[in-house]
Design a binder for this molecule. Structure first.
Ligand code: 26V
Length: 836
């Protein structure tokens, strides 16, 4: 085909796509590339008032992003108009975290604008990939819980469900991690330093929030000034959530805190001009920063107010919207489903009650019925230290009316429980919303369960443990409320966008229906026996590895060999996730090579990435260990070319998008019973990595779907872990398992810390002196055995790729579209509302 013909074809294709894109809207003929061109040039020149010849890459990115936003605005408006007109039941997803990452590539892909963009960037001489790199990640979350929220809102838009995400507009997202001398350091993530082209401020839709007292932030700490109630303002910033195909554009509404207008006026007239502005800063500091902890509920007052602020703003907003179209409060449960992402927004229970009682003037029973039928709760962790409990005293000072309501809920609950379970005061104490003790506390999980109609866990094993162990007593009171909704991830971002080579290979084999119906990947199963397909899949993996190696070299200078096995563990650093166990495996393999340099072992690159909570000392020492392993092993000529360890700093969504497609091996090695679900496990699986892991979280269901023979499972089961207290002795493993002993001895001999004596002593303490709570040593030998099986398989490349294909083919269930379909049918009773 001639170049001209090809160009003409592309133009024709673009024209049809564009027509399709704009079909429902009578907006006059769009002159295709001309229109985009004009949009872009206008933004380039006028948004920043610069000479188009003098602009830098950031301005170019902004102009392209704004042009894309222009293209989607019409459908965004139309989406809201449709909902307003048709008044369907809406889903509200309340979450303290939305880890959305970058938006440009995902919005372009979901709008089906890729070919248009390709042509456009070509004509303009722009490099698409480096343009994308200009966008900072919106890192408004810690890890799995926040990323799940992002996948869920994308799926809901794709499935045309009338949904809205509500969160906070943190000025600083998750900190940026740098590694200095092997140690994690934290830098502020000032992601809004440049104007964000995706957000739209909606000052006309601000809401007011009342607190029982005033507060100030001094030196990062909350200082409460009891007595006078105070007011805050919530300013909404909307971000488009584009569904695949571009038919629906839903909204993610993030709240920023501000001082009320009336407030400065009063104080200004009293003369304290500077003081008034300083207090304004206090109000704004409420949404300044995301809490970077994902596992300890440290009981920080500012966090408590953040949670209330999210709830108060979001409920005021959705109730206002509801009241515009409905005058009967009683139909709220037919018009709104509110999903609480963990207990963080569980103040929604007393807040909705307050609105219905005090503003709607309803009686208790009716208000309670409406509240419960509207709210639903998802639990994301069983770790006792992460279950939120807030001091009752704080409610007295900040939210006295809410406390009154909670005490009444509790009074009625305990009355019910006493009549249904007579002579069971132990149960009464355990289900109570109040934990008694020196400091009386409100148990937020109990509040969320009691005040909603649905409680779900995020994988089968997790939902079972939640019901039968963690909140057993409450689950026996309300068994019908409990269910499981196994997590999923969006295949648009995690396969189509992240892995173009594999996506194209799959599409060539089975068409592109998988993009919105991932169960179609099953059709790849028969192709696991097809030599041609095997080599295509292998070539796609190779391409992703080369691409990653090239990116790493150009951004950091680190050179890795795409010919080695890419073996990855990427997630928050936590003891239960056991990066330390992986480190011990690496040291054991290193010992084997040192002892026997002629040993046949496929060369491997071990990748680690993840952030530790800034105050989590042991997790930071694990990061130090992994970095020191990398340094020492890299400098050891005996193992050169045989093994490498790479710690990739600043793990984030856009790094995951690059590394996961390139990985051959996925490590999912949490202590069984501790990882609620995991979601990176699913991303690796659909990108053709093989999993080595424990029977924990969703990996159990993944291995059932793929067949256990296509997984490398090892280690104690959750039952065994739970019962191991009586018999487990880490010292026994040290004394009786030579590889365990020599790995530990090498670490504690200072081999990896020559000039830093004693740095790793806390690891010895936790493993050998304090009982090894997470059972590292119990599982190390089994891990090494699974690793041996993995290497054996790798030696037979066809057999390896066959298993990879069987994994991809079985990954369809782990699409967030499937998760959302289950939430919609079984919890929300929500239906699609196509935009017209
Ligand atoms: C807890 C806290 C405690 C207070 C300070 C701020 C903060 C922020 C987040 C959390 C909860 C973290 C829980 C979490 O991320 N769970 C993860 O949820 C994923 C999605 O369901 C799941 O795949 C992971 O297994 C689970 O660890």
């Amino acid at each position: 085909m001639s170049g001209d013909r090809a160009a003409a074809d592309v133009r024709e294709l673009n024209a049809t796509r564009m027509k399709k894109l704009l079909r429902p809207f009578e907006c006059g003929p769009i002159q295709l590339t001309g229109a985009n061109d004009a949009l872009y040039e206008r933004h380039l020149m006028f948004d920043n008032v610069v000479d188009p010849l003098a602009v830098g890459p950031r301005e170019r990115y902004e102009a392209v992003a704004r042009s894309v936003r222009d293209i989607l605005s019409q459908r965004w408006i139309r989406t809201e108009q449709t909902y307003d007109r048709e008044n369907p039941k809406r889903v509200y997803y309340l979450s303290m975290e939305f880890l959305i990452g970058r938006s440009l590539a995902s919005n372009v892909a979901n709008l089906l604008l890729d070919p248009v963009m390709r042509q456009f960037t070509e004509e303009k001489g722009l490099d698409w990939l480096s343009l994308l790199e200009q966008e900072p990640d919106a890192g408004l979350g810690n890890g799995g819980l926040g990323r799940l929220a992002a996948c869920f809102i994308e799926s809901m838009a794709t499935m045309q469900i009338p949904a809205m995400g509500y969160g906070l507009r943190y000025e600083y997202g998750i900190f940026r991690q740098a590694i200095r001398d092997g140690w994690q350091t934290e830098q502020p993530d000032n992601w809004l330093r440049y104007p964000d082209p995706w957000e739209v401020a909606r000052p006309h839709e601000e809401v007011e929030v009342t607190l029982g007292c005033s507060f100030e932030v001094r030196g990062g700490a909350l200082v409460v000034i009891p007595g006078e109630p105070s007011m805050l303002v919530g300013l909404p910033y909307d971000r488009p959530v584009v569904g695949y195909g571009g038919k629906t554009v839903n909204t993610l509404r993030l709240w920023a805190a501000a001082a009320p207008h009336s407030f400065d006026f009063q104080v200004f007239s009293a003369g304290d001009f500077v003081g008034a502005l300083a207090e304004r800063l206090t109000a704004e500091s409420l949404t300044r920063v995301l809490y970077p902890d994902d596992s300890t509920s440290m009981g920080h007052g500012l966090r408590f107010i953040q949670e209330y602020f999210l709830v108060a703003c979001s409920l005021a907003d959705l109730v206002r919207r509801f009241r515009r179209n409905n005058d009967d409060w009683g139909v709220l449960p037919e018009k709104a489903a509110i999903q609480l992402n963990d207990t963080h927004p569980s103040l929604a229970v007393p807040e909705l009650m307050r609105i219905l009682l005090d503003e709607g003037r309803l009686g208790w029973d009716e208000a309670w019925d409406i509240t419960r039928r509207t709210l639903a709760y998802t639990n994301h962790t069983l770790l006792p230290e992460a279950l939120e409990k807030w001091p009752l005293r704080w409610f007295e000072v900040l939210l006295p009316r809410h406390l009154e309501i909670i005490l009444e809920i509790n009074h009625r609950l305990l009355g019910d429980v006493r009549s249904r379970f007579p002579h069971d005061e132990g149960r009464v104490g355990r289900v109570s919303l109040i934990e008694e003790g020196d400091v009386r506390k409100i148990r937020m999980a109990n509040l969320a369960i009691v005040g909603s109609h649905s409680t779900n866990g995020v994988a089968a094993i997790h939902s079972n443990l939640l019901r039968t162990v963690t909140v057993k007593d409450l689950a026996e009171v309300f068994p019908e409320r409990f269910s499981n909704k196994t997590n999923g991830v969006t295949p648009r971002r995690w396969l189509l966008l992240a892995n173009p080579a594999l996506a194209a290979t799959i599409t060539r084999a089975i068409g592109d229906g998988w993009i919105t119906d991932l169960s179609q990947l099953e059709r790849l199963k028969p192709l696991a026996g097809d030599q041609g397909f095997l080599s295509e899949v292998r070539a796609a993996k190779r391409e992703a590895k080369i691409r990653f190696a090239e990116w790493l070299r150009s951004t950091s200078g680190v050179e890795i060999d795409p010919g080695t096995i890419f073996d990855s563990q990427v997630k928050r650093i936590h003891e239960y996730k056991r990066q330390l166990l992986n480190g011990l495996r690496v040291v054991a393999l290193y010992n084997r090579l040192r002892q026997n340099p002629d040993l046949a072992m496929a060369p491997r690159t071990f990748f680690f990435a993840g952030k530790a909570a800034p105050a989590y000392r042991l997790a930071k020492i694990v990061i130090k260990l992994l970095n020191n392993l990398a340094g020492t092993i890299d400098g050891d000529p005996v193992v050169r070319g045989r093994m490498r360890v790479v710690f990739l700093p600043d793990y984030c969504v856009s790094l995951a998008e690059k590394l996961i497609p390139a990985s051959d091996v996925s490590n999912q090695i949490s202590t069984a019973g501790y990882e609620a679900s995991g979601t990176s496990n699913m991303k690796f699986m659909m990108n053709g990595a093989l999993t080595i892991g424990t029977r924990d979280g969703a990996a159990i269901e993944m291995s059932e779907a793929a067949g256990e023979e296509n997984f490398f499972l090892f280690g104690l089961t959750a039952d065994e872990v739970a019962r191991s207290q009586s018999w487990y002795s880490p010292q026994w493993h040290y004394d009786n398992e030579p590889e365990t002993r020599s790995a530990l001895d090498l670490i504690f001999s200072g081999h990896f810390s020559r000039y830093e004596p004693g740095v790793f002593e806390p690891l010895r303490d936790t493993l050998l002196m304090h009982g090894d709570r997470y059972r590292h040593l119990a599982d190390l030998t089994a891990y090494l055995d699974a690793d041996r099986r993995l290497l054996e398989l790798y030696a037979d490349q066809d057999a390896w790729t066959r298993k990879a294909i069987l994994n991809i083919a079985a990954s369809g269930r782990f699409s967030s579209d499937r998760s959302i379909a289950e939430y919609a049918a079984e919890i929300w009773d929500a239906k699609p509302c196509p935009v017209r």
